[in-house]
Design a protein around this ligand. Structure first.
Ligand code: CTP
Ligand code: MG
Length: 229
């Protein structure tokens, strides 16, 4: 029943465009990465956490982990070129029955959603958090002309954590590597195996810090949560 978590934190944050990679930026009193790690560190069902850091940042992350007294971090792995490579690297350090993959740049995930996701993955083997899209989404061709408008009812914006039986995720990554396939999330690689992935309702506050305006939104969510405490 053991649960491991992989936190890919090896990205450069090109779309954010800050000198310091977004996962190391301060949010309130701590770096974003520490906020994210603390959610999992304090979740009673999480047994161990593997952080994946950029090649030159492993010791820096190890120091941060020590500084904040995080005790569930079992390894700081070295990341790769793409997020998928980083997750695969993290997977090599875990032997738990279940694995959650969660972006370092998503500090607002809650214990409640992690618990719910674990409940569903234990029943079905693959589960992800997602929210219904708010905007109408259009598929547009390279010339900038609308091709079609998918029915919004069936569109969900996918978040992390994404949870899997570890053996399934290992198999999915192995196959993707062999076939030279890149997925934008881990679920996509599992879907390629023909496995059903269950969607669990997330919440709109579980944002990924991606572009500069997300920093202001993150500060606002952080302040709002503070007054709720
Ligand atoms: N990530 C990673 N290794 C990579 C690329 C991304 O571990 N080679 C991590 C990021 O650190 C982040 C998460 O995957 O926590 C989600 O990726 P994304 O938001 O795309 O972050 P970046 O790749 O850093 O940003 P960008 O795509 O704008 O460069
Ligand atoms: Mg990226």
């Amino acid at each position: 029943m053991s649960v491991g978590v992989i936190i890919p934190a090896a990205g450069r944050g090109k779309r954010m465009g800050t000198k310091v990679s977004k996962q190391f930026l301060p949010l309130g009193d701590k770096p974003v990465l520490i906020h994210t790690l603390m959610v999992f560190e304090t979740h009673p069902e999480v047994d161990e956490i593997v952080v994946v850091a950029g090649a030159g940042e492993v010791s820096r992350v190890e120091e941060m982990v020590a500084q904040y007294g995080l005790e569930k971090i079992s390894a700081v792995a070295t990341g790769g070129q793409e997020r998928q490579d980083s997750v695969r690297s993290g997977l090599e350090h875990l032997q738990t029955e279940w694995v959650l993959v969660h972006d370092a740049a998503r500090p607002f995930v809650t214990h409640g959603h992690i618990t719910e996701l674990l409940k569903v993955v234990r029943l079905h083997g693959a589960a992800i958090l997602a929210v219904p899209v708010k905007d109408t989404i259009k598929q547009v061709d390279p010339a900038g002309i609308v091709e079609r408008t998918p029915d919004r009812q069936s569109l969900w914006a996918v978040q992390t954590p994404q949870a899997f039986r570890r053996s399934l995720l290992v198999q999915a990554h192995q196959r993707a590597l062999e076939q030279g396939m890149t997925g934008t999330d881990d679920a996509m690689l599992v879907e390629e195996l023909g496995i059903d992935v269950r969607v669990v309702m997330g919440d709109y506050q579980n944002i990924k810090l991606t572009t500069p305006e997300d920093l202001a939104i993150a500060e606002a969510i952080w302040k709002m949560r503070g007054t709720e405490r």
